[in-house]
Design a protein around this ligand. Structure first.
Ligand code: AMP
Length: 212
């Protein structure tokens, strides 16, 4: 199964994509994580991407499409994959269609902007492996330490309040039109984000068709 998770920053795409990834045994592909890793390693495209990411803007379609093409050509994607944070623009969705990749479902996680602003302030990400946490809704077992790899969990630079406002504006302008794009293809399923993560996961698994 090939799935896309769509939603504003902080809507819970990463968290829910991880739940579905474990349930279906297919990889979660986060273009944000790949870009952060590249920026950390100082690769050429990573450095180019960093300035855009830090300001809350999108990285160019050209760079992101190139990354995605390479990643889905890897062996572990043969039985399916979950795209978390791609596509984020109509040209990216068109590029995916042009690759002749069949997308089964697009799960939109719908969360109001006001809730997003509150949520993002508690978000933490692992410096080492990119795993995501939330101080209230999804805390790590030991505060400040990643459950998965033991590295430190930190606040993302682009989760600062001013940057989040910019990212929300970019979401509404450039990414939200993808709802229409996939609705027309009959693939869009909307999940209303709940206060409890587990509740959202239950609705998400139902939307994907995994019965637990
Ligand atoms: P995320 O971790 O998905 O919130 O992504 C963090 C940042 O990485 C975004 O704010 C963008 O700057 C960049 N990014 C991630 N995915 C994409 C994409 N598909 N297109 C453009 N920029 C992206």
């Amino acid at each position: 199964m090939n799935l896309i998770f769509l939603g504003a920053p902080g809507a819970g795409k990463g968290t829910q994509a991880e739940v579905v990834s474990e349930a279906l045994g297919i990889p979660q592909i986060s273009t944000g994580n790949i870009l952060r890793e590249a920026a950390k390693n100082g690769t050429e495209y990573g450095l180019k991407a960093k300035a855009a990411m830090d300001s809350g803007a999108l990285v160019s379609d050209e760079i992101v499409i190139g990354i995605l093409k390479e990643r889905i050509a890897e062996d572990d994607c043969k039985n399916g994959f979950i795209l978390d944070g791609f596509p984020r623009t109509v040209p990216q969705a068109e590029a995916l269609d042009a690759m002749n990749i069949r997308i089964d479902k697009v799960i939109e996680l719908s969360v109001p902007d006001e809730t997003i602003k509150e949520r993002v302030s508690g978000r933490r990400v692992c410096e080492g492996c990119g795993a995501s946490y939330h101080v209230m809704f999804k805390p790590s077992k030991v505060e400040g330490v990643c459950d998965k790899c033991g590295a430190a969990t930190i606040i993302r630079k682009d989760d600062q309040p001013e940057t989040v406002l910019e990212r929300l504006a970019v979401y509404h302008e450039k990414t939200a039109p993808l709802k229409d794009y996939y609705e027309k293809q009959g693939k869009l399923v909307t999940v209303i984000g709940q206060e409890e993560v587990e509740q959202t996961s239950k609705l998400t698994l139902e939307a994907v068709g995994v019965v637990k």
